[in-house]
Write a protein that binds this ligand. Structure first.
Ligand code: ME8
Length: 502
């Protein structure tokens, strides 16, 4: 038992939640649920990133104030997560006063340590983009996006001395803090090309956190956003709980924001005299027809479009099982149907319905305790070890595969012994059913981080009281926990088979 702190990126409120966001958030949710099963003190944080030009612009386009835009969209994220059984311990919004306080405190600390200075920035500026361009980016002297002439602009900016942080960052990366290895090399590669100081403030916009020592400036959105991870655990407030959570901090992020989380963020913390995060876990992108979902079908694929057909657990299982953590992964409707039918309908759902049917036909509807020497006892122990390792490493697909191996072995055990052909009430049939019921009990616990409601249905169907999520590991995975004498319920199929839609 210990502490465990897990975060998702905080999502921009210019857009509504899509399944790329759902992938990251469900992963973090399931991992947090696993740690709660272990009895760890767990803090799972998600939220919304509400400042910056992008939000200001999208509010203007919608004819609302940035605050109104943020309020409405932030709520959409909150509701979407609730509808997907995502249960964060905190939902942070960067417009909260506590976050302004934390941001100002951290950046003041960095400045006091000598890593922030003011300089004028000169460059080709496109007002349309509100961004500077290098000479090389221009097309015939024009902005590449707006195809209009750029202006030569000079602006006073505050800079963060990132160039001074190279050695410290290398040392942090050497501790294996970025996972998987390929992403760690990518972060090292960024440092090897040489780090330049970065501009962290703007005078051209005011939708942001004000620079506390200079009223004309607000911090550039990324330099407030990253600090949300500290705000949530009380940095800058009277309830500072950094000691409790920060040493066990795990950020889950997509590869698009690797540079910010694996270079800028640890550098800011080191410059402030603080510890960088323990681990940054970087995942790849869901691709649709070979293109990033968020560039193509982003708004076409809202999580609700899929839960209607697959159920919440069907979507959660698919994202956790089919998209390995790290590489990019193709997302397809056909793949979802096939994974659902194979693993959920034909394997887990089938095990439950077979067992319930035989217990009703041959054992009077009452369960038996497992045989201590069952060959499945060893399979269950192996499955637990591998499942636990998979969740510990934040590789849900590996964890789930290890759990499903046990479920498949149990189906094979039933096919081998054919309890449906055994004599009603015989010692033999009771023994086989006791073993299978015990696997269902263990499977309910092990699948509960992913299959939030189906795991509870299994738990209740085999006659157990209470909440599966209240069980504690490793004890709850030990062989022999299923008691004799419980009423086993025969219900509707847990996962009805699906036919692909036209
Ligand atoms: O970047 N596949 O917010 P954002 C998988 N506000 N994951 C995807 C995805 C895809 N196709 N598309 C998006 C921001 N994601 C900043 C973060 S953190 C201090 C600030 C997920 O709304 C993935 O986790 O653009 C990615 O990193 C995140 O959404 C970006 O969300």
């Amino acid at each position: 038992m210990g502490s465990f702190y897990i975060t998702t990126p905080i999502y921009y409120v210019n857009d509504v939640p899509h399944i790329g966001h759902a992938y990251t958030t469900i992963t973090a949710d399931a991992v947090a649920r696993w740690h709660r099963l272990l009895g760890d003190e767990t803090m799972f944080l998600t939220g919304t990133d509400e400042h910056g030009l992008k939000i200001q612009r999208s509010a203007e386009a919608n004819g609302v104030t940035p605050q109104e835009q943020a309020d409405v969209t932030s709520q959409r994220f909150r509701e979407t997560w609730a509808s997907l059984d995502v249960t964060p311990d905190q939902f942070i919004r960067t417009t909260e006063p506590r976050h302004h306080t934390a941001t100002q405190k951290l950046l003041t600390q960095i400045k006091d340590n000598g890593y922030i200075y003011k300089d004028s920035y000169a460059g080709h500026y496109c007002v349309g983009c509100e961004a500077y361009y290098n000479e090389d980016d221009l097309v015939d002297g024009n902005c590449p996006t707006h195809e209009r002439p750029v202006e030569w602009l000079e602006e006073d900016n505050y800079f963060f001395a990132l160039s001074k942080m190279e050695d410290a960052l290398r040392a942090w990366l050497d501790t294996g803090s970025v996972i998987p290895e390929g992403k760690r090399s990518e972060a090292l590669g960024i440092i090897e090309t040489g780090l330049e100081d970065v501009s962290i403030s703007r005078t051209s916009i005011d939708w942001g956190v004000r620079v506390p020592w200079d009223d004309d400036h607000v911090f550039y959105v990324w330099y407030d956003a990253l600090i949300n991870y500290l705000t949530a655990i009380g940095f800058g407030s009277e309830n500072d709980e950094l000691q409790r959570w920060w040493p066990e901090s795990h950020h889950i992020v997509g590869k698009d924001i690797l540079r910010f989380h694996c270079v800028y963020w640890p550098a800011m913390l080191i410059a402030a005299g603080m510890e960088p995060p323990k681990n940054v876990h970087v995942h790849g992108f869901l691709l649709l027809g070979g293109k990033k979902l968020s560039k193509t079908g982003l708004t076409q694929i809202a999580p609700a479009d899929l839960t209607e057909e697959f159920g919440v657990d069907g979507l959660r299982y698919h994202l956790l099982r089919d998209v390995s953590f790290g590489p990019d992964s193709d997302f397809s409707y056909e793949g979802m149907i096939s994974r659902y039918n194979t693993d959920l309908a034909n394997t887990l759902g089938n095990l439950l319905s077979r067992v319930a049917t035989v217990v009703h036909k041959k054992c009077g509807g009452v369960g038996t305790a497992p045989n201590p020497d069952s060959p499945l006892a060893e399979a269950a122990a192996e499955s637990y070890t591998a499942t636990a390792q998979g969740w510990e490493n934040i590789t849900p697909s590996i964890a789930l595969e290890a759990t499903w191996k046990l479920i498949r072995q149990t189906n094979a055990y039933l096919e081998q012994h054919e309890p449906w052909k055994m004599e009603e009430g015989s010692a033999e049939v009771h023994q086989v059913m006791g073993d299978a019921l015990e696997v269902l009990r263990i499977a309910a616990v092990l699948t509960s981080p992913g299959l939030t409601s189906s795991s509870q249905k299994i738990w209740s169907a085999i006659g157990l009281d209470g909440e599966v999520a209240d069980q504690r590991l490793p004890a709850a995975a030990g062989w022999g926990g299923y008691p004799a004498g419980l009423d086993v319920r025969k219900g509707d199929p847990l996962f009805p088979r699906l036919k692909p839609r036209e």
